[in-house]
Design a protein around this ligand. Structure first.
Ligand SMILES: Cc1cc2nc3c(=O)[nH]c(=O)nc-3n(C[C@H](O)[C@H](O)[C@H](O)COP(=O)(O)OP(=O)(O)OC[C@H]3O[C@@H](n4cnc5c(N)ncnc54)[C@H](O)[C@@H]3O)c2cc1C
Ligand code: FES
Length: 289
């Protein structure tokens, strides 16, 4: 089996093969929060080639249940396993959580566009994540840190509903301890043990240190959160062309055939999920166009 980076221009003829999930074995399951877990997968026939670009996603198939798009949350510079972090919301994600180590998941991908990590070279980088939105951004953070000298200031702003919802806690602590990375975490509602920021994540933007005229910003989270993030970034002076958002829509084929993920004139599966804000700003407030 070959786990290829697919060509995004899939024809109807090769569409059938492209729809075939490849078997991956669950090697490890990590509980992240009450409703979130991380799966580490290995190709069932040990074929190599787990390459992906930060921001891309796979279709994960639970045999007999269904298939869902999930971003890759692992390290793109070391692709020994395929890593996905998943929040349980419905039928397929619940079925994924019920799987155990050694069981098989079907995988198609990787699909979609990527965070502009190359374009950001020489610039400050601001990453704004909300909730599970930190998972699709994590590969970009790994990448930036692996090539740290190529970037100016790097700022990570992360917001969740409560302290119990904070993802990748240990890693956030390690990142916060670095002198070359500014990390701020906030929660909508604190608890007795919480001494950190309280408030939604866009409120952290005015206080963050970066040069708005030489910044590439990347944001992922609920659309309302991204909307306010974009507003705060623009208010600080970041150009719409330098702000990148990752969009979520229902998907069926993920290869540009079915039209399920259509967003105006674009398909989220092959033109996105990552777009520069100027590409999508006219449609940004509308659901399921
Ligand atoms: C490109 C892309 C990347 C994604 N990456 C990730 C990821 O890294 N991790 C992850 O956990 N999810 C990710 N998602 C979302 C994930 O695909 C959905 O959560 C999943 O499809 C839900 O399927 P389900 O069968 O479990 O739920 P369904 O049975 O389809 O839905 C159950 C209920 O949950 C609601 N719902 C569906 N999706 C969401 C959602 N995202 N948030 C809140 N409520 C929802 C539905 O409206 C419905 O009411 C991504 C989606 C896209 C398009
Ligand atoms: S999911 Fe079928 S066209 Fe995008």
């Amino acid at each position: 089996m070959v786990y290829n980076k697919p060509d995004n221009t899939v024809s109807y003829q090769n569409g059938v093969a492209a729809m075939m999930p490849h078997p991956f074995v669950i090697k490890k399951i990590i509980k992240c929060t009450e409703d979130t877990f991380t799966l580490e997968l290995k190709s069932a026939d040990n074929s190599s080639g787990l390459e992906f670009a930060p921001g891309q996603f796979n279709m994960l198939y639970v045999y007999g249940v269904g298939e869902v798009p999930v971003s890759i949350s692992g390290d793109p510079t070391s692709t020994k396993t395929l890593v996905h972090t998943i929040r349980v919301v419905g039928t397929v994600t619940r079925a994924l959580r019920r799987l155990t180590v050694g069981e098989i998941v079907g995988v198609r991908g990787p699909y979609g566009s990527a965070w502009p990590v190359k374009r950001a070279e020489g610039c400050d980088v601001v990453i704004v994540a909300g909730g599970i939105g930190l998972a699709p951004l994590r590969p970009a953070i790994y990448y930036l840190l692996a090539k740290r000298k190529k970037y100016g200031r790097i700022v990570l702003l992360y917001g969740t509903r409560t302290p119990a919802d904070i993802l990748f806690r240990n890693e956030l602590e390690q990142w916060r301890a670095r002198f070359d990375l500014e990390v701020e975490v906030t929660v909508d509602r604190g608890d007795d043990a919480w001494w950190g920021n309280v408030g939604v994540v866009p409120t952290l933007i005015p206080g963050a240190s970066f040069d708005p005229l030489n910044t590439v910003a990347m944001t992922c989270g609920p659309e309302v959160m991204m909307r306010f993030t974009v507003m705060a970034l623009r208010k600080k002076g970041v150009d719409v062309k330098d702000i990148y958002v990752s969009m979520e829509r229902n998907m069926k084929c993920a290869i540009g055939l079915c039209g399920h993920c259509q967003f105006g004139g674009k398909f989220i599966c092959k033109d996105g999920p990552v777009f520069s804000y100027d590409q999508v700003m006219d449609l940004f407030n509308k659901r399921e166009i």
